[in-house]
Write a protein that binds this ligand. Structure first.
Ligand code: AMP
Ligand code: TRP
Length: 348
């Protein structure tokens, strides 16, 4: 047995560890908050070790204006903290400060197969028609994402529905690595896709995901929107003219109505069933103001806190630096063991 195989922290009996990431490629949306951030806070509060990463290396798979990227990274850090991530309890950091991510990413580029990556729907969507012109990084994106989770021997990854395929690929990569090198080293991660809002839809089109990259700002609620803007966007959200029914099944053909019910449920920590029971028979003329009031009551304090934190970017940079040092202390030994397993000569 190599040193690596006998070292602690192998796949068998790995302790639970939570990792997730968000790209600093624009502001946070209500979709990020309900599908990801709010659940990151719940996991932090459940007592397991939690690592949350601002994945700046992923962001540059499509070109980013450097000044805007730096601003978005700090604002995203502020968003995490404002939403309830405590940098003393969770490890909060940006990806590029922990070089083990990129290093393991390279090793995993050599494990994953071209065919696996070519099937990724996010690549197909983002590359569009002109695939030949997409960056190599955009194609290899899922290998870096697999490295993000594997370099900590992560067991659980909370994400929204859209990341399911990437995490299935991360599982394939871990299994292939363990198989090819005849080790039981990398745990096979579990995606955690839970809650009423794993897929928050656009306010303009109930069949499209709410996204920070949508051309229309009216399609999304940003965590930096003020109370008036939030109310306006909800008032103008596309709906139909029917009142709300008393059961969810009756909403199956009404995606916009279903989306607003899901948002209400997730914001108020109720099930969508409870929400339709409460509003049965009422039209959007009364449901929308109730939703706007709820959204403002949850999001306005977060918005205020983001603004306050952004008044001292030095403090944000210090928090990210301290988080990176803690992350590095976990990742580096796992990377060293990986290098040992694949046959790299290392100084001892
Ligand atoms: P991204 O902004 O693409 O880096 O996504 C960061 C996290 O937010 C991931 O876990 C996504 O699955 C989640 N997320 C993004 N948009 C939505 C949405 N519209 N509904 C639910 N979750 C979302
Ligand atoms: N690909 C994810 C997204 O766009 C972000 C991400 C990068 C991530 N690395 C990760 C999410 C690791 C979970 C775990 O949303």
């Amino acid at each position: 047995m190599t040193d690596a195989q006998t070292a602690p922290g192998g796949a068998a009996g790995a302790p639970p560890r939570v990792f997730s990431g968000i790209q600093p490629s624009g502001g946070l949306t209500l979709g990020n908050y309900l599908g990801a951030l709010k659940r990151f806070v719940e996991m932090q509060d459940s007592g397991v070790e939690t690592l949350y990463c601002l994945v700046d290396l992923h962001a540059i798979t499509v070109w980013q204006d450097p000044a805007k990227l730096r601003h978005a990274t700090r604002e995203l850090a502020a968003g995490f903290i404002a939403a309830g991530i405590d940098p003393a309890r969770s490890i909060l950091f940006n990806q590029s400060q922990v070089s083990a991510h990129a290093e393991l990413g390279w090793v995993l580029n050599c494990v994953a197969r071209m065919g696996w990556l070519g099937r990724m729907t996010q690549f197909k969507d983002k590359a569009g028609r002109n695939r030949e012109n997409a960056s190599v990084g955009l194609f290899a994106y899922p290998c870096l994402m697999a490295a993000d989770v594997m370099v900590y021997h992560t067991t659980h990854v909370p994400v929204g529905e859209d990341q399911k395929q990437h995490l299935e690929l991360a599982r394939e990569i871990a299994l292939k690595f363990n198989h090819d090198y005849e080790v039981d080293f990398f745990p096979v991660v579990e995606p955690v896709i839970e809650g009423a809002a794993t897929r928050v839809m656009s306010l303009r089109d109930g069949t499209k995901k709410m996204s920070k990259s949508d051309a229309s700002d009216m399609s999304r609620i940003n965590l930096t929107d003020d109370a008036d803007t939030i109310s306006l966007k909800i008032r103008k959200a596309r709906t139909d003219s029917e009142p709300l029914p008393d059961n969810l099944a009756a909403l199956s053909e009404r995606p916009e109505a279903r989306n607003l019910v899901n948002i209400y449920a997730a914001l108020s920590d109720q099930t969508p069933e409870a929400v339709v029971a409460q509003f049965a028979g009422q039209g959007f003329g009364s449901f929308k103001p109730a939703l706007a009031e709820l959204a403002v009551s949850v999001l306005a304090p977060i918005n205020d806190e983001i603004n306050r934190l952004m008044g001292d970017v030095g403090e944000i940079d210090r928090i990210l630096g301290a988080g990176a040092a803690r992350a590095d202390a976990i990742a580096r030994p796992i990377l060293e063991q990986t290098y040992d397993i694949v046959g790299m000569v290392r100084a001892r």
